[in-house]
Design a protein around this ligand. Structure first.
Ligand SMILES: Cc1ncc(COP(=O)(O)O)c(C=O)c1O
Length: 383
């Protein structure tokens, strides 16, 4: 009999979502306006911290598009982005006709490397080729060393954006993710920390800017009785029904973070005595959301590579995935400038993401860990 499939990261409902959805149906707010949208945005602002505004949207990619447009990104501009990320961190740069410049990871956090950023900004300033914006991604839920990067952005006049799609619930120096840059984006895609099935959000302190983005997201309709448009718009608003799911999900965010962190801790403990296996570390500056638990396999210690382990897990009907393929190695971005890249490439070659859902049962975890242990031990070199 085929064993139950264990997926990488699945939605985990709290049970509270249904009431918000039913209320949307009862009240007929089956639209891209309504009380769930207002409630979700308000509750996210309350959760993130005083003074922050939130704009609920159809995706995280849409959120980044609006933020970059607000920051004035246009054809001919450069936008610096972490190379080790998902393509959604970069597509909006192309939507606006600008050019991405990819920046390597640091060895400690696997996030954008502040030393590389410093070197790049210094060199680019000399040739008048500074980027307009830098997008720092909090990889797999690990916060980038954002204060160091923010100081560099300030010094060189580059706007800073946080891509917190994977890090909701993480902290940086006691601050919540998505509050450490003027604008941040979140994703509520089905595999994320919390979900609205698909969705995203802009977070920022500048409420006027958020209002402008809200207008763009709503087809740029002017406040007029007739349909009046003075600038380009998009249909990017979240549905009031889906915002209801978000409200129910947000109520259990802390539990979801705790559960994913517990999964990571179980992997760390179970794999501690296998030489050459390393769980992505937790940087000293904050709390990792552990959206995904990522391990690396050191080829000096283990002849087996991530692809072999992915295959062995698949034979047990367990889903795992390679680490993001760095953007500077993607065919789509083959002509883009890359600042370094070797660390991200190494992480990609040696890493894989393990099942990390907050709903994993003890039995599921035992199955994944059992497969990992037997597969890795069989491959270990004699000492
Ligand atoms: C780092 C990162 N940025 C951006 C996105 C885009 O978000 P969405 O899928 O909601 O458009 C995602 C994930 O999907 C992501 O992981």
């Amino acid at each position: 009999m085929t064993k139950k499939r264990i997926y990488l990261s699945v939605p985990h409902m709290s049970g509270l979502e249904q009431e918000y959805i039913s209320e949307a149906f009862r009240s007929n707010w089956l639209s891209t306006v309504g009380p769930n949208l207002d409630g979700f945005e308000q509750e996210m602002s309350d959760r993130i911290g005083p003074g922050y505004s939130a704009l609920a949207l159809s995706s995280g990619t849409a959120a980044l598009h609006l933020v970059l447009r607000h920051l004035g990104v246009s054809p001919g501009d450069r936008v610096a982005v972490s190379t080790l990320t998902f393509a959604g961190s970069v597509y909006p740069v192309l939507y606006l006709g600008a050019t991405p410049v990819f920046i390597d990871s640091d060895v400690t956090s696997a996030n954008i490397d502040p030393a590389m950023v410093a070197q790049y900004f210094r060199d680019a300033a000399r040739s008048n080729a500074l980027p307009k914006v830098l997008v720092a991604v909090h990889l797999y839920g690990q916060h980038a060393d954002i204060d160091t990067i923010a100081a560099l952005c300030e010094e060189f006049g580059v706007a800073l954006v946080e891509d917190a799609a994977e890090s909701l619930g993480a902290t940086y120096k006691e601050r919540q993710t998505a509050t450490t840059a003027p604008f941040s984006i979140l994703s509520f895609n089905g595999n994320k920390m919390i979900t609205t099935t698909g969705g995203g959000m802009v977070i920022g302190r500048d409420s006027e800017a958020i209002a402008r983005m809200r207008k763009w997201a709503n087809q740029s309709r002017e406040p007029s009785v007739e349909y009046l448009h003075t600038e380009l718009g998009y249909n990017y608003r979240m549905s009031n029904v889906l915002a209801g799911i978000g409200r129910g999900q947000l109520k259990v965010l802390d539990e979801r973070v705790a559960a994913r962190r517990a999964v990571a801790a179980r992997y760390a403990e179970a794999l501690a005595d296998i030489p050459g296996v390393q769980l992505q570390n937790e940087a000293p500056w904050g709390t990792h959301s552990r959206w995904l638990s990522v391990i690396t396999l050191d080829p000096e210690e283990l002849p087996m590579g991530p692809r072999d382990l992915i295959r062995d897990l698949e034979l047990e009907n367990v889903e795992s995935r390679p680490v993001w393929r760095p953007m500077h190695t993607q065919p789509l971005f083959s002509s883009a400038q890359s600042i370094g890249g070797a660390i991200a490439e190494r992480f990609y070659q040696q890493g894989l993401c393990l099942p990390s859902s907050s709903s994993l049962t003890e039995e599921d975890l035992a199955r994944v860990i059992g497969t990992l242990k037997s597969s890795l031990s069989a491959s270990a070199l004699p000492r």
